[in-house]
Ligand binder design. Structure first.
Ligand code: ADP
Ligand code: 5GP
Length: 208
């Protein structure tokens, strides 16, 4: 990975999507396996002019993932170099100790220049971002219909029981933050929950 990449923006904004107002920053949280990325993909196909902000991570790529979506995958050395450069708005070590971070220069550029962005972030990261950009952040929490369903979704996606256990171990902590979120969506049926997310996003993005 070119270290130079991180002096640049991680999103290609197009002038046609620039708004006169400041940008909104939609932050989607919820326990691992609840369907955040699935819902984000669904919504991004339906809504115009909202940009996905990829986080940067050291975890390994899963089948179906690509460089830049849903993450920029980098080595630990590159990630630690970026921390030292002040490239992150916030970063966390989650689950297995892998790093996840959000790229500060891209966020500042988007919000100041009237571009709407969306990303998913754990509850602790979201709390920090809400404090830093209280006017811009729209926090959205995704909950599972029940714990059994969450377990099944995680088991369907991950093979390693240790990884599943680490993700499940954070669920209670994450669910404890739900009251801090302005919008809460139950991801029962994908189509229904996806439409609800689209409606929430449009309610903000269509503002002048
Ligand atoms: P997250 O990003 O929250 O970790 P994912 O989007 O990767 O979760 O979804 C976890 C698994 O659950 C995936 O295999 C996905 O296909 C499945 N899934 C997501 N939403 C639903 C849903 N509404 N009904 C059934 N399965 C779902
Ligand atoms: P995974 O993608 O490995 O299943 O889950 C990663 C977890 O890290 C999810 O809870 C996701 O919301 C969170 N996450 C992803 N990117 C970031 C980030 O940049 N900052 C923080 N704080 N959390 C992140």
């Amino acid at each position: 990975m070119e270290q130079k990449l991180f002096a640049d923006l991680v999103v290609n904004f197009r002038i046609k999507d620039k708004r006169k107002r400041k940008g909104y920053f939609f932050v989607v949280s919820g326990p691992s396996g609840v369907g955040k990325n699935t819902l984000l993909n669904y919504a991004l196909e339906q809504v115009e002019g909202i940009y996905y902000l990829p986080s940067i991570t050291t975890r390994s790529m899963r089948p179906g993932e690509a460089q830049g979506f849903p993450y920029f995958f980098v080595s630990r050395a590159d990630f630690e170099w970026m921390i030292a450069q002040g490239a992150f708005l916030e970063w966390k070590q989650i689950h297995t100790g892998d790093y996840y971070g959000t790229h500060l220069p891209t966020i500042v550029y988007a919000l100041e220049n009237g571009y709407d962005i969306i990303t998913d972030m754990d509850v602790l990261g979201c709390a920090e971002v809400m404090e830093r950009f209280p006017e811009n952040v729209v926090p959205i929490f995704i909950v599972p219909p029940n714990m059994e369903e969450l377990r099944q979704r995680l088991t369907g996606r991950e093979k390693d029981p240790a990884l599943i256990a680490r993700r499940l171990a954070r669920v209670d902590m994450e669910m404890g933050y739900v009251d801090r979120y302005r919008h809460v969506i139950v991801n029962d049926d994908l189509e229904r929950a996806g439409k609800e997310l689209v409606q929430i996003l449009e309610q903000y993005s269509q503002r002048e």
